[in-house]
Ligand binder design. Structure first.
Ligand SMILES: [Zn+2]
Ligand SMILES: [Zn+2]
Length: 303
């Protein structure tokens, strides 16, 4: 199972009733965060999932509304007793940005591991139990969309395990993908597991114009969280110029990517009532939600 909490839905500046866009993901008791703008640690506190289990922060890009909250959160993690390393991932320039921001949070009781991702090609990384893929997108700064996948092992073949005379107390380890040694025999999970089954896939994409690469990248996602900077078509020129997306463009991506559900986020501060434009998007992609802060969802394996 994978749990997600959209901590905020704002773009550009935090507002009294709308925190900046950021996503918290929980899987097998561990968590990661995508983006950390000003005030994200307040919405994190409101979500009440705790801070200690956050092992990684992924950045889409380095505009202030996506990263200015980092030094404060780093200090809070330190004050909460964190000793384990924290991994930060983002486009090139991460090292320089973190050096700059940590001038005001210089002493941390844990190590920061920095991973700079390519802005030329898609990269795959494994963190905790999740496969994280990045995709360069099209914004005014180098920017990355993320997909997070929880893979699912194939079905355990009981008959095969019995035939191989594997004692029952070893089955669980094989089911988890581990290799076991029995007397003189090494048994790998592939010997008793069927084909990989459909896992869980969540994609997060802000800030960008819609790109052809995104359609394939988000293909068959269980949840696609995408920026909807503007709802009114009158703002389409602004979206093109500032490299952001309209509600309708997010809807078309969701439709072409055959995702199960679309959540819109990263609203312009001028967009006070996102709900006003939702019906238009639903004519393109019916399962669209104009997300609100702290929207949560638990996603289970389908069979
Ligand atoms: Zn932004
Ligand atoms: Zn931006």
């Amino acid at each position: 199972m994978l749990d997600v909490c959209l901590l905020g839905t704002g773009g550009v500046v935090p507002l009294p009733n709308r925190w900046l866009s950021s996503l918290l993901i929980k899987c097998n008791g561990r968590m990661m965060l995508i983006d950390c703008g000003e005030g994200t640690q307040i919405s994190l506190r409101m979500a009440a999932w705790g801070f200690k289990a956050i092992d990684a922060i992924l950045f889409t890009h380095y505009h202030a509304d996506h990263i200015a909250g980092l030094p404060g959160l780093l200090l809070t993690l330190g004050n909460s007793g964190r000793a384990e390393p924290l991994t930060l991932l983002g486009p090139p320039g991460l090292k320089k940005i973190v050096e700059g921001l940590t001038v005001i949070s210089p002493i941390l009781p844990y190590e920061l591991k920095l991973i700079e991702l390519s802005i030329i090609e898609s990269v795959e990384t494994c963190l905790n139990d999740l496969v994280i893929k990045s995709l360069p997108v099209e914004h005014t700064l180098p920017c990355i969309a993320y997909s997070l996948e929880l893979k699912r092992q194939g079905k355990f073949d009981v008959e095969r395990a019995k035939h191989l005379k594997i004692p029952v107390n070893y089955w669980n380890r094989l089911q988890k993908g581990m290799t076991i040694t029995l007397a003189d025999q090494t048994i790998g999970p592939q010997m008793v597991l069927g084909e990989l089954r459909k896992g869980i896939k969540v994609c997060y994409c802000t800030d960008t114009r819609p790109t052809i690469g995104l359609v394939e990248f988000i293909q068959d996602s269980d949840l696609f969280i995408c920026e909807g900077m503007y709802g009114d078509q009158i703002d389409s020129g602004k979206a093109e110029q500032k490299k952001h997306m309209m509600f309708s463009e997010a809807g078309f991506l969701a439709k072409q990517g055959k995702v199960k559900e679309l959540w819109l986020t990263h609203y312009s501060p001028s967009l006070t009532e996102p709900q006003e434009y939702i019906e238009t998007v639903r004519t393109i992609f019916p399962k669209t939600i104009a997300a609100k802060d702290l929207l949560i969802k638990s996603i289970n394996f389908t069979d």
